[in-house]
Design a protein around this ligand. Structure first.
Ligand SMILES: Cc1cc2nc3c(=O)[nH]c(=O)nc-3n(C[C@H](O)[C@H](O)[C@H](O)COP(=O)(O)OP(=O)(O)OC[C@H]3O[C@@H](n4cnc5c(N)ncnc54)[C@H](O)[C@@H]3O)c2cc1C
Length: 219
């Protein structure tokens, strides 16, 4: 993938409503940068398909995931199992006159591929920084960095952004022409999210207050 308007592989070709496809790397990256939770799909050889919600981070080249090596599915990611990672940004509810044409306006990104396990402590640390800074910009410089023992207890993998695609729906409901005259409201509800002011931990020591990057958190 890279500044292209065609799918990089056959499995990233959007077949259903293809005019909603976005193959440009910049479109995929914009969605991945805005999202916070990824849905990671794997086929567990013993139990069948599984979807794991996971935190992630992204740079220009890779998507990073981490977890406990005690998790069977994380170990599957560490072994390079084929997986699919999806991030959804829900923008609007689309309210139509007919039930059939209700919809959602969204931006979603999908990455397919085989993750690479990071074993080297420096590489793991750099990837964990990407994840932390993705979720809470400014926090890596404040929190205690992982110890070597903590790095050993943390699996970190990265998935190349080479096989990725985005799909985007915008706009009004698309009702049947004969329904537009019905006395039923149609339109959109825009979704807005906000975060609260920081809530102190119960065991917070005296004289400490939340840093500016958390007081002004607007992710
Ligand atoms: C918030 C939300 C709600 C949705 N609700 C529904 C629903 O209720 N019912 C429904 O049928 N569909 C829904 N969709 C759309 C759904 O994600 C699929 O795009 C659609 O079902 C077509 O599936 P398909 O297997 O035929 O796709 P195909 O077009 O055959 O998929 C081919 C390839 O296109 C890419 N692709 C497909 N869908 C997406 C996507 N959403 N984002 C990024 N890449 C994609 C993947 O690489 C996939 O391998 C929703 C999407 C979002 C984001």
């Amino acid at each position: 993938m890279g500044g292209m308007s065609q799918p990089s592989t056959d499995r990233t070709r959007v077949r259903r409503i293809p005019d909603r496809a976005r193959y440009d790397k910049s479109d995929v990256l914009a969605i991945l940068r805005e999202g916070l939770v990824a849905h990671v799909a794997l086929v567990d050889p013993e139990r069948g398909p599984v979807v794991l919600p996971m935190v992630y981070g992204v740079d220009e080249v890779h998507l990073y995931l981490h977890g406990s090596p005690a998790s069977r599915l994380v170990r599957q990611l560490m072994s390079g199992a084929d997986c699919c990672v999806e991030v959804t940004l829900l923008d609007e509810l689309v309210i139509a006159r007919s039930v059939f044409h209700h919809s959602m306006n969204y931006r979603s990104a999908m990455v397919h591929g085989q993750p690479e396990n990071l074993e080297d402590h420096a590489a793991k640390n750099a990837a964990l920084k990407v994840i932390v800074e993705h979720v809470v910009p400014g926090q890596w410089g404040l929190a205690r960095v992982p110890s070597p023992a903590e790095l050993d207890q943390t699996a970190v993998v990265r998935l190349p952004l080479t096989e990725a695609v985005a799909k985007v729906r915008t706009g009004d409901p698309v009702d049947e022409p004969e329904d537009t005259g019905l006395p039923i409201w149609a339109g959109r509800l825009l979704r807005e999210t906000r975060w609260s002011a920081p809530i102190d931990a119960e065991d917070l020591g005296p004289g400490l207050s939340a840093p500016e990057h958390l007081r002004s958190y607007g992710r």
